[in-house]
Design a protein around this ligand. Structure first.
Ligand code: OGA
Ligand code: MN
Length: 205
């Protein structure tokens, strides 16, 4: 395990070309999709961690304070990353580096990143929603990193402001999706295989 996690192997914590891969699409559309966003050994370590996790709990919907479980809206199970393992620390450091670069290039004033592991079992879904409502949330950018690849099912479908489908993303290990949280309604179609991801938000508090 130690050798898999060595810093040299994945050039941790910064990846200078990362931002230039994302930026043209993000700048133009507010949405970017980046395959192999993180090193494969890190992705594998995060997948092993989440697949052994015992403390995933049914995800809630609604704003803080009014958080409720609603299995008609979403059925995934989640656990927040807290930096308690080397793999988590490395992922959080990568998000920190991305935040710095986004702030430099887009002047977004992002202050931190929060993220949770998510597990969708067969049949689990998340109906069309926004991650943030204008003026009512501090979530600015959404990130979703997929930890395993699936052949079909569990696609992330992203819509524009008029609910026209823009993108349909089949989860692939290491693929990162990033978009403006207030701008894009999206949903997760029913999973046909176990589906693991890390959903996160850059916030401005
Ligand atoms: C979310 C979400 C998308 C995905 O957790 O808010 O929209 O593809 N996740 O897992
Ligand atoms: Mn969402």
């Amino acid at each position: 395990m130690e050798s898999v996690m060595s810093k040299a192997e994945f050039n941790w914590p910064t990846r200078e070309d990362w931002i230039s891969d994302i930026m043209p699409d993000f700048y133009q559309h507010g949405l970017a999709i980046l395959p192999q966003a993180i090193p494969a050994p890190l992705c594998q370590a995060l997948l092993e961690e989440v697949s052994q996790k015992q403390d995933l709990t049914a995800a809630g919907v609604g704003r803080a304070g009014a958080l409720q479980q609603n299995t008609e809206i979403r059925r995934d199970q989640t656990a927040w990353l807290d930096g308690s393992t080397a793999a988590q620390q490395q992922y959080l450091a990568l998000m920190q580096a991305l935040q710095t670069q986004m702030n430099r290039q887009c002047f977004l004033g992002l202050t931190h990143h929060e993220c949770h592991f998510a597990r969708y079992q067969i049949g689990d879904f998340y109906q069309t929603h926004l991650d943030a409502f204008r003026g009512r949330s501090n979530r600015v950018l959404t990130t979703v990193l997929y930890l395993n690849s699936v052949a079909e099912g569990g696609e992330l479908v992203i819509y524009d402001e008029n609910n026209t489908e823009l993108q349909r993303v089949l989860p692939q290990a290491g693929l990162l999706v990033m978009f403006e949280s207030e701008r894009f309604p999206h949903q997760v179609l029913a999973a046909k295989a176990l589906r693991y991801s890390i959903a996160g938000w850059f916030r401005k508090d």
